[in-house]
Structures are given as C-alpha cells and as structure tokens.
Design a protein around this ligand. Sequence first.
Ligand SMILES: [Mg+2]
Length: 394
Amino acid sequence: MRLLSVSRVSQSRTRSSFLTIRAQTSRTFSQLHSNPERSSFGIAFDIDGVILRGRTPIGGSPQALKRLYSECGTMKIPFLFLTNGGGVPESKRAIELSELLDVNILPLQHLSFMSLMQVVQGHYPFKTLVAGYENKLIVAIGKGEPAEVMSDYGFKKVLSMDEYASYFDNIDPLAQYKIWEAKTTFREDRSLLPRYDVLSERVQAAFIVSDPVDWSRDIQVLCDILTSGGLPGQANRHQPPLYFAADDLEYQAAFPSMRLGMGAFRIALEAIFSEIHPLPLEYTSYGKPNSFVFKNAEAILKQLQQLSCDEHDVLHNGDAVNHSFRTLYMIGDNPSVDIKGAQQARSPWLSILTRTGVFRGEINDPEFPADLVVDDVEEAVDYIFRRESTLGNQ
Ligand SMILES: [Mg+2]
C-alpha cells in the first residue's frame, strides 16, 4: 500500500481510494525557484491523452510544463515524456513537442560523460538490441519513419516494411486496390540502396516500431517472414525473433473514443499466425508497463536532475554525483499502462491518473487504482507543487 503524506490524505486510505484536489490559485513556483538546491522529485508525463490529443495540447499542458522552468527558461524540475508512442527518432519528437507546447524540450545530447534526453518513446529499448543485430538484416514496421528510428539507434542493415515489401512482386495481392502509394523516396537517394540481395537474404528479426498503417499488407508480409525463417516464399522454418515497441490495446487520439493500438495489431497477427503455423507466435513487447522502462526513466531523470541543479558544473566539471529522488511522479491516462507500470516500479514512483484520455471514470480505476485521480495534467502538476512544498522539498 502506498500513501501520500499530505494533510488532505487519510493515513489509512487504501490504494483504491482517491483524492480530488482542486486547483488553487496560489502558486508555489516562486518558492521552488528561489531555492538553488537540486530537486528531490521528478516527473514523467505520458503524452497521448495527457499532454496532447492528436497534435492539440490538452488539460492546460503548456501552462503546466512552463511551471517546471525557471524565469530565465532553464529547467528547474527534472521531467521527461514517457510514451509508448513513436515512429520518429526521439530528437525529432523533442523538436516537435517544443513547437506544439512552446517549451524547450531537450533533443538527445551526448556529453562526454552522459547523454541527456527528455523524450523516451516505446521503441527506445530497441537500442539495447543493437549488439545482436547491428549488421544483420532487420525489417522495421509502423507509421512515420521506422527505419530511420532504427538507424538512429545504430542498426546498420534495416529496411522499412514499405521498402522491403517493394522488392517482392505480388506479395500484397490487394495492392492494386489501395488508393495510396507507399513512400518510395528512399529510391531517389542511391546511397541508401541496399548493397546486398534483399531477395536472397534472410530477415533476422522484425521490429514493430510504431502503429502499423497497412494492417493487411503488414500481417501478410510478417506472416511470410515469420513462417519461412525470414525469406518470403520459402518453406516453413523456425520463426525469427519479433519485437513490439509496446502492447497498448487502445489509446486516446484525436477521435472522441479510443483507437486500436499496437496491442490490437499484435492480437490480430498472433491469431492469424497460430492458424497457419504449427507453433504459437513468439514475441517480446517493450514499453510501459514494463518495470525496466521506469528504471531507465529514473536514470535519465537523475541526469536531468544534475543539469537542472547546476548546469555549469555538470557541463564543465562532469561531477555526476548520484542523488536519489524522494518521489518520482508518473502522470498518465491509461490505468493498465501508466498506473500499473508505476505500481510495479514501486518506490519512489507515485501514480497520478488524469481524466483526459483512456480513463473516464468518476472515482478510480478498479483494477489498477492510481495514488491520485485528477481532471487534467495542470491539476496534477499543481498538486505535486503543493505536496512538495508541504514536504519542504526545494
Ligand atoms: Mg496515454
């Protein structure tokens, strides 16, 4: 059982209880700003259904985020975005978020002794697999720029599904009925053309980087790859490894009701694969709610904590002193992803559930109850500042 030590909270409340904290007009930001000590708390924000709906900011997110910066514009409270979404490199997403939210989100920066970043997407853990597949042929599936994402991580022999499928005549029997055309701009840059024979080389692994766009083509070609041991049209062989960036069944996009996510695609692929192959589909899913995602977020927040405390010392002296957080807040809209993940990660994580996305309930989620339920992200940040002020932090 996890408790919040604020005066409004019953000391005996259970996880299924909830708080309704009304926004107060008094702000504690000035208190935080006046103290130069490093922050003993950090914040992880989910994006879809918390910060944005589609590309539109929601829940007072720009105002809430601005409170995490000092008056001169430097980051005062360490925070990052922890999303299961993706499809573009983290640095590119940071620039896009900066524009949409009118705050300065750090793109990936490599310093001599650390890497700083503020956007961690579902596919970020794929980076840990580079050593095993660096020079092996892999296929990257999903919206956006899945091959660029993987190249950015260090994979050297990667083709997007659009690119890969284009080598095989008639591999998609429905292609002639599709009114759109897969992007083929990669062909114009001859330096990007593979220097190997795609038609005879086996795919060593498939990565679902982001939400697949053309489900019928992608399921068809994935089944071809996975049943044939990596070479469509060949006889049955052992299935190559398959990796998913996340397993969200649904998520909040611009449409009023939930949209099917990567988990829904996984269920569809798995159901079909099991009908045409004697063995069940083998796969690995990353993203929230896996505990390692929260461990990694904590490590990144510690680096940002050093930056937010004394940027000059960190940048010039590299004194990467390791200070633990008293509290890390996960603000999300999806109980089975954001809240479950924070619960599994345990201390110092506390979970805050907003009503701006997947969760629409009045009280709390019965299966994965959050430590706090609020209307929106602005109310969540306001609560955090008041709680931290009560605790005497900063
Ligand atoms: Mg969400």
